[in-house]
Design a protein around this ligand. Structure first.
Ligand code: MSP
Length: 482
């Protein structure tokens, strides 16, 4: 990537309940990218934004069920989101809340501008609304009359609302997507979106009469601005609020496939109507599933990221989630799977390798020398790139799973060197030169590994770096009983 200013976003999460591991997943991936780009372009050239989506029917209903006023309810929950980010070592530069009055003002200003653009009309609408999704569903999306993600029956709603004339953007959307001016990834999802745009593009309601908990519509206080429009604008309002105007347009919006349509279709159309430069790319990853079912608060099959961090540590959770299955695809996750990764790949894999190498070197007074460039087996990737170049390319392409696979292949190779050459025997026979010949390449590998894992496992990378410098071995991943 040659661009110097990098603006990365996660979705802003609904605060209808505490955060779960699904939210953590997107935040971790965005964090890996942010840390990687900071290492390439410097901290001042990266803006990593996350936050919370606090208006709308879904949040208002949850507040009602808790017997609280919506604002009181969100004010109590938002710190849980911030705390979770901290526990996972997420390095977001800002955290935006849609109840921030400064954000509300930007939203109202943009809606005024949108109305003035001529792309807004008032019309009546009747449809099936899913509060879990905060959107109208088409009949053909339902499974047994229910929303497939939330397993609830949508409610029939009819109102007179303001509509954004999305249908007028059909040709323009096709053009920007097909030409690559606006990127949608992975490729399969881009094709799905394009297919849907070509089939039919309905106008979208951008206001609600029945929802009080929202930003009031300019010139029509009986209506509130549709929560999704309010939410999408966070990406823009944040650049105003936090003095980051020079980061516009966003480089990458990360999310799961559930909300791709909003980001890949409604959002660029809104930006075109507002004559604002378009975001460069949206990337939709897969779903975490538990027994094949999407992990979701509404369904109730969630894992708590904070508990996972308490048990395994932030780095292990970050590693396990990105290692378990390819980023663009769905995959099943469970506590057992995280525990297995911890034991096999981290404690027995990386942890042991560092420990054995440094212990042998220390107890035999072996001098470990600064490394050369790490070159891995050509056969692995059928290329003669260095592991570092391959890893960087993979990170930029969001192939996190492949980077981690590659690093652990190097760990496995290095472990095999030690197992095969049995350096402890050399130590017994006082063969220092030979021992040094075995340990030095492994040490080389370890230094490179500590650099490569940094975006994924920042704490471990730091600990490794300091152990490799002082040559003082210490347990990186203590044994845990589960
Ligand atoms: N508030 C909207 C987003 C507005 S962005 C302008 C929203 N919030 S959400 O709380 O439902 O978060 C959805 C996002 O959380 C997904 O797109 C994904 O990033 C993450 N995930 C939530 N559950 C997930 C899984 N089970 N699996 C993977 N990611 C998940 O939609």
């Amino acid at each position: 990537m040659s661009k110097q200013k990098i603006f990365i976003t996660t979705p802003i999460y609904y605060v209808n309940d505490k955060p779960h591991l699904g939210h953590a997943y997107t935040s971790i991936a965005a964090d890996v990218l942010a840390r990687y780009y900071r290492s390439q372009f410097g901290n001042e050239n990266v803006f990593f934004l996350t936050g919370t989506d606090e208006h709308g029917a879904k949040v208002a209903e949850a507040a009602k069920q808790a017997g609280k006023e919506p604002k009181e309810f969100v004010d109590e929950l938002v710190p849980r989101f911030e705390e979770t980010l901290k526990n996972l070592n997420i390095s977001n530069d800002q955290f935006i809340r849609t109840t921030n009055p400064e954000h509300e003002k930007v939203v109202r200003d943009l809606i005024e501008k949108l109305v003035a653009s001529g792309f807004v009309e008032k019309k009546s609408y009747k449809g099936l609304y899913c509060i879990g999704c905060e959107r109208f569903l088409n009949k053909d999306e339902l499974v047994d009359g229910k929303c497939p993600d939330h397993k609830t029956e949508p409610l029939e709603q009819s109102e007179e609302n303001y509509f954004f004339l999305l249908s007028k953007f059909q040709d323009k959307l096709i053009k920007i997507i097909e030409s690559g001016k606006f990127k949608i990834a992975p490729e399969g999802r881009k094709n799905e979106v394009l297919g849907k745009i070509k089939q039919d593009l309905e106008d979208v309601s951008i206001s609600r009469q029945a929802v009080e908990w929202g930003i009031s519509f300019p010139e029509d206080p009986k209506q509130t601005i549709y929560v999704w429009i309010d939410a999408l604008i966070n990406y823009f309002s944040a650049t105003k609020i936090y003095d980051k105007a020079d980061f516009w347009p966003p480089t990458l919006h990360l999310m799961a496939k559930d909300i791709l349509w909003f980001h890949a279709v409604i959002w660029p159309a809104l930006l075109m109507a507002l004559e604002l430069p378009l975001s460069e790319e949206v990337y939709a990853h897969g779903f975490f599933t538990i027994g094949g079912q999407k992990m979701s608060k509404t369904v109730g099959n969630v894992l708590d990221p904070n508990e996972m961090v308490k048990k395994f540590g932030a780095d292990a959770v970050r590693y396990a989630l990105l290692r378990e299955f390819p980023f663009g695809e769905d995959g099943d996750i469970s506590e057992e799977k995280i525990a297995l990764r911890y034991e096999k790949d981290l404690a027995n894999g990386l942890g042991n390798l560092v420990n054995r190498t440094l212990t042998l070197a220390k107890s035999n007074n072996i001098k470990l020398l600064k490394p050369k460039i790490l070159v891995i087996d050509k056969e692995i990737y059928k290329s003669n790139l260095t592991a570092r170049q391959i890893a960087y390319q993979d990170i930029e392409n969001l192939h996190f799973h492949s980077v981690l696979w590659l690093i652990w292949k190097v760990i496995k190779d290095a472990t095999e060197i030690i197992d095969k050459k049995q350096p402890w025997l050399l130590a017994k026979e006082n063969k220092e030169t030979e021992l040094s010949k075995v340990l030095n390449p492994v040490y080389d590998h370890l230094i490179s590994i500590s650099e490569l894992i940094f975006p994924f496992m920042p704490e471990t990378a730091e600990k490794m770096r300091s152990q490799l410098e002082t040559l003082e071995p210490e347990q990186l991943f203590p044994r845990i009983s589960i």
